[in-house]
Design a protein around this ligand. Structure first.
Ligand SMILES: [Zn+2]
Length: 399
């Protein structure tokens, strides 16, 4: 048999087109989609139930995604415990990722213009509303705070609205990104990492954060740890991490902090400030990231910053109460430039994909941030583990 390169190409093309099922009108994966899907529905406080719903029809602009995994967010934990948004019954899970198994005929590209096909791995960001400030991908105008996202939607008759499920129906008008070039752990970490990409972009607007800056990161939960990793990928190496837990501080070193300070070892703000100063070899920080939700931590952080330095406050994702500062000593006399940061923009989402690749390339063990993985059936345990503040990132991973 005479197999030359041109007929091999033809065979490969034929096999690929069979695999993608391009002959089928809606681009199905071909026969492998079950007739129903399980969704973890939060039906009461601290109670998820696995509900089975018929697989919905996939419209011309829709994408059916088989869920591979989804991170548990602090927001999920709040909703699980108290239902502050009044969403129950609700399909939660907004840090998810999975594989396209079927898509409508109008779906050709993702929100960044990358082609989409059955078999591609995707994540979603916000669902477009009528607000032009948050629908423009190219304009970095407004963060997505207040926009709709899958995993925080009211229940409807589709039900497949959250990533804690077997399948999710991504409807037309949603932002979706092709992230086939990232592994599953990286894809699960995209959403929390985007929060930090945004914070660092906000910090850069002060003009103070530079290549050789001394940076203090206060709080070494997932947010602070990712912050350290991002600073490292930007070439910032003088990083001091502050936290009260030795285990988290060890992790901060893995993520790229070269010195750590345990605030429990130092009595009072003056002693703590000296410890931070000593960690920088006798200097205060040029820039600080405040990554805890503690009002006292906010009050303290100004002391760590030099005259003319900068601060990015991003720890108060929800209302954590009032903090006391002395405007004269803390802000005016030192001429500190402060920025606040909350969630992210669409542009930050796309930047995050590059950050994750770069972090791997320089050997940062980003995937170790996922300390616990649970199957969908154990979602109640997963949320309870999160509430106990055990581990770092908890994830649901489907088989
Ligand atoms: Zn989240």
């Amino acid at each position: 048999m005479d197999i030359n390169s041109s007929n091999i190409e033809a065979i490969v093309r034929q096999v690929l087109s069979d695999m993608k099922g391009t002959q089928a009108p809606a681009g199905t994966a071909g026969g492998s989609i079950p007739s129903s899907a399980r969704v973890a529905m939060l039906t009461g406080l601290e109670r998820f139930e696995l509900k089975e719903y018929p697989m919905p029809p996939v419209g011309d602009d829709d994408i059916l995604v088989k869920v591979e995994g989804c991170g548990v967010c602090g927001t999920d934990a709040h909703e699980f415990k108290r239902d502050p948004f009044g969403l129950i019954p609700v399909a939660l899970g907004h840090e998810g990722t999975g594989e396209i198994v079927k898509m409508g005929k109008n779906v050709k590209k993702d929100s960044a213009g990358k082609p989409l096909a059955v078999g591609d791995k995707v994540v979603t960001c916000m669902i477009f509303k009528d607000n032009p400030d948050i629908t423009m991908f190219d304009l970095n105008k407004q963060n997505v705070g207040g926009a709709d996202v899958y995993g925080l939607l009211p229940d409807d008759d589709v039900h497949l609205n959250g990533w804690f499920s077997d399948y999710i129906l991504v409807r037309g008008g949603s932002t979706v990104f092709n992230v086939s070039d990232l592994d599953l752990d990286s894809r699960i970490l995209i959403e929390p990492c985007a929060v930090l990409i945004h914070a660092v972009e906000r910090a850069k607007t002060t003009g103070i954060l530079r290549f050789n800056s001394r940076v203090v990161v206060q709080g070494c939960g997932p947010i602070g740890l990712i912050c350290i990793a991002i600073l490292r990928t930007m070439g910032i190496e003088n990083i001091v991490a502050v936290d009260g837990e030795a285990k988290r501080l060890e992790f901060a070193k893995l993520m790229g902090a070269d010195h750590v300070v345990n605030f429990k070892d130092h009595n009072g703000i003056e002693a703590l400030t000296s410890a931070v100063e000593n960690a920088f070899g006798g200097y205060l920080a040029d820039f600080a990231f405040q990554c805890t939700g503690s009002p006292i931590a906010h009050s303290n952080i100004y002391k760590f910053i030099r005259n003319g330095g900068g601060l990015c406050e991003l720890g108060f994702f929800i209302n954590g109460g009032d903090a006391t500062i002395n405007p004269h000593f803390d802000i005016c006399a030192k001429e500190i430039t402060t920025v606040g940061s909350w969630v992210y923009t669409l542009r930050d989402y796309a930047t995050t994909f590059d950050f994750l690749k770069r972090a791997k390339a320089i050997g940062l063990p980003i995937e170790k941030l996922i300390t616990h993985k649970y199957p969908l059936e154990e979602i109640n345990e997963a949320l309870k583990t999160n509430l106990k503040m055990e581990g770092l990132k908890i994830a649901i991973v489907n088989k």
